[in-house]
Ligand binder design. Structure first.
Ligand code: NAP
Length: 277
């Protein structure tokens, strides 16, 4: 699919799956807007993409996804520069092994992995609808299968574990996708989510070296890990598909918890309160 004239946002493009996704989207001719928190990393990334593809159109813009103000500023500036958005890929993610807090004082995995794409997407919905047909792609994980939304202690203040926190945030990505697809019915904007596979990226940086060394031989390359994101973002085969979870470019049944409408509704309400929508 040729993306010339299309405007796309890819979060988390400075490394791993996001970098390969951004390169592929740029290679298809799109204007690729990259929200980046570290300008030096952004410049290096832009040089790398332009070296491979001198015609790539890359626009680096500042955004720290661990700050609601920064996300709001990014969207404000984006809307000054662009009046269309055809593709939003919520790829950025972290796996904090300790209980850290975002700039807003929210537990970091929940803040960056769920609340950030929740706020970013909601602030961009009007532009996406005006640009119809448009697509949203949310990068989740099969780690959601062990997750549960702990409404009584969603920031895990009482019993933090990095697995509990990460898998909760990735379950939230699917519940968000399902609920958003219902709200977007008939609006010309699709939203799907995916598991990229187990991929050798910076995500596991904070894990014990031995764990990552043992996992390494079984991990996919970032280019392979980006394939399902690129498929959902560009393939005509999924033009009309919305609200689904994918792996290896095929729909996959998520955990029963990810299909619970009551949980999706409650999470939406809780998230709105957090981000002030
Ligand atoms: N790798 C896997 O096996 C795997 C499996 C399942 C799902 N996933 C999901 O895949 C997605 C991509 O992860 P990855 O594996 O490619 O990890 P990665 O290499 O660590 O990349 C993460 C990206 O997110 C960005 N990011 C993190 N915190 C940010 C913040 N506060 N503001 C702005 N950007 C921020 C990072 O930017 P900086 O360079 O500035 O840190 C980086 O570009 C994540 O959603 C992850 O949960 C990965």
């Amino acid at each position: 699919m040729n993306l010339q004239g299309k405007v796309c946002i890819v979060t988390g493009a400075t490394s791993g799956i996001g970098k390969e996704t951004a390169k592929a989207i740029a290679a298809k001719g799109a204007t690729v807007v990259l929200p980046i928190r570290d300008s030096l990393k952004g410049d290096i990334l832009k040089d790398e993409i332009l070296k491979q593809n001198p015609d790539a159109i890359i626009d680096l813009m500042h955004c720290n996804l661990a700050s609601f103000d920064s996300i709001r500023n990014f969207v404000r500036e984006f809307k000054i520069k662009y009046d269309k958005l055809h593709l939003l890929i919520n790829n950025a993610g972290i796996w904090e092994t300790k209980r850290n807090l975002s700039e807003d004082g929210v537990e970091m995995n929940f803040a960056v992995n769920h609340l950030a794409p929740f706020l970013l997407t909601n602030l961009l919905l009007d532009t996406l609808k005006d640009s119809s047909p448009a697509r949203i792609v949310n990068v989740s994980s099969d780690a959601h299968r062990t997750g549960k939304i702990n409404f009584a202690d969603i920031e895990l203040e009482k019993s933090f574990s990095s697995f509990k926190s990460y898998s909760q945030s990735k379950l939230a990505n699917i519940l968000f996708t399902k609920k958003l697809s219902q709200l977007l019915k008939g609006k010309g904007v699709t939203v799907n989510c995916l598991h990229p596979g187990v991929v050798s990226t910076g995500l596991f940086e904070k894990m014990p070296r031995l764990v990552t060394a043992l996992m390494k031989p079984f991990m996919l390359t970032p280019a392979k890990g980006a394939e399902t994101s690129i498929y959902l973002a560009t393939s005509p085969e999924v033009e009309k598909t919305s609200g689904e979870y994918f792996a290896k470019k095929k729909p996959k049944k998520p955990a029963p918890e990810a299909l619970r409408q009551d949980v999706a509704n409650k999470l939406w309400d809780v998230s709105e309160k957090y981000v002030g929508l």
